[in-house]
Design a binder for this molecule. Structure first.
Ligand SMILES: [Zn+2]
Length: 384
């Protein structure tokens, strides 16, 4: 086993793997490619290879170091993710720069994985530039982006650039079946995740995610009245809170790990505070992700109804609820235009979903709007 197994078939990842094994460790990397092309998986595999104790440079995927990196628990591997629309300059100045100047706690390398690096505005990118220009010998930055035009030329030129390609549907299906998913599940996962390998993998192999998806896909047929819409919104929010709670439990383990790694001595308070801040952000992010997942599932449901109205099942994503989708196709009271409007509204809501806004209100507004535009077919006209 190796931490690179999940990226089999990607030429770019194979090159990266060889570079890690050959100890070609640049201090700054920029991984480019569309969503789901494996940028994050590749970055995590790099971080594990760099810190693996059993097979240094390779990443055995089984030792304590590898496992902690894969579970995002390693005290020397930092994930930086946007808060709402941005990675604020404050995060770069207060969390990244001082942390990057310190030596690793345990492993040979301190790694920063900056997801959606293009969400740093110019000010934030310029702030990061210093650390990229004068790196600590044992610090490695891995920036990920699917919008390279948003990155400053100066950032670009200081990184070793690697491009990853989108993953074709057949390869997703092949990989997932190899990992234990049934053929039907693998195809379904590939379709609903739009060629995004990581999402497909979660869909196919994580029971909690597929259960949640069933919950989201059950919403349209429940929207028979405004009260139903509000109830459904409350359920979505409650589910997101539940996932947040589970993540909190994992975070507590990480705090214990860090305490074990560093002891309680002087100078450790800063690291503990940094971890606490990161955890708080992570929880907000998780909640956003779950709500985004719900919205995306809803959009894909109504999109499938449209797709089925105009043609065959070839382009339908949610193959497992085909019967349900078919029952909506004949609902003549719901015009195509209303479905298009719902999909647009979902996309818009998802795009503006930020931690500052009231998630409950946004979700209620969305579901009320959807219910008004497309009341559940069996009770059309009843309560709206
Ligand atoms: Zn290992």
């Amino acid at each position: 086993m190796s931490v690179w197994d999940r990226l089999k078939g990607s030429e770019a990842a194979e090159r990266l793997c060889a570079q890690m094994a050959g100890r070609e460790v640049a201090h700054a990397w920029l991984l480019l490619g569309p969503a789901g092309s494996g940028k994050l998986a590749a970055a995590v595999a790099m971080a594990a290879s760099l810190n693996c104790k059993v097979a240094p440079g390779e990443g055995c995927g089984e030792c304590r170091e590898c496992l902690r990196v894969l579970r995002r628990h390693h005290p020397d591997v930092h994930h930086v993710v946007p808060e709402g629309p941005l990675i604020p300059v404050g995060v770069v100045r207060e969390s990244i720069i001082p942390e990057a100047a310190r030596s690793p706690f345990e492993g040979p390398y301190k790694v920063f994985i900056i997801e959606e690096a293009d969400r740093m505005n110019d000010e934030a990118q310029n702030a990061l530039l210093k650390s990229l220009e004068e790196p600590q010998g044992d610090t490695v930055f891995i920036l990920l982006s699917e919008h390279e035009q948003e990155l400053l030329e100066t950032i670009y030129s200081r990184c070793r650039v690697v491009r990853l390609d989108a993953v074709p549907e057949e390869r997703i299906v092949a990989m997932l079946t190899e990992e234990g998913a049934s053929n039907t599940d693998a195809l379904l996962a590939a379709r609903v995740s739009d060629g995004d390998l990581e999402r497909a993998r979660t869909f196919a192999l994580d029971d909690a995610t597929s259960e949640r998806r069933r919950l989201w896909l059950g919403i349209p047929r429940r929207l028979a009245s405004p009260v139903d819409a509000l109830d459904s919104a409350a359920e979505v929010i409650a589910e997101a809170k539940e996932v947040v709670k589970r993540r909190e439990t994992l975070q507590k383990e990480e705090v214990t790990d860090l305490a074990e790694a560093m002891g309680e001595g002087r100078g450790t308070a800063m690291a503990r505070n940094a971890l606490a801040t990161r955890h708080k952000r992570e929880l907000r992010r998780v909640e956003e992700e779950i709500l985004g997942e719900a919205i995306q599932s809803l959009a894909s449901f109504y999109r499938d109804v449209l797709v089925l109205r105009v043609g065959g099942t070839d382009a339908v994503a949610n193959l497992d609820v085909l019967e349900e989708i078919e029952s909506w196709v004949g609902a003549g009271e719901i015009p195509d235009a209303a479905l298009v409007q719902i999909i647009d509204r979902c996309i818009a809501t998802r795009a503006t979903f930020t931690r500052n806004a009231n998630a409950t209100l946004q979700m209620e507004a969305l579901l009320l709007e959807i219910g008004r535009l497309a009341p559940a077919p069996s009770r059309v006209g009843s309560a709206w």
